[in-house]
Design a protein around this ligand. Structure first.
Ligand SMILES: [Zn+2]
Length: 50
C-alpha cells in the first residue's frame, strides 16, 4: 500500500511529504537527507511529524 508521510527536516525545519516506500533518496532543499532507500522501505532520517 502506498503511503506518504510528512517529515520535518532536522537541519532547517522544513516539512516535506515523503513516500514511505521511496526507492530513491529524498533530499531537502537545504541538502539534508530526509530519507534513504534500504532495499524496500525508506528509512526516514528526518523527524516524523505525523
Ligand atoms: Zn532542510
Amino acid at each position: 500500500m502506498e503511503k506518504f508521510i510528512k517529515v520535518k527536516c532536522s537541519a532547517c525545519g522544513e516539512e516535506k511529504t515523503v513516500f514511505y516506500a521511496a526507492s530513491r533518496k529524498v533530499v531537502c532543499s537545504c541538502g539534508q537527507i530526509l530519507s534513504a532507500p534500504t532495499g524496500g522501505r525508506a528509512a526516514i532520517i528526518g523527524e516524523k511529524t505525523e
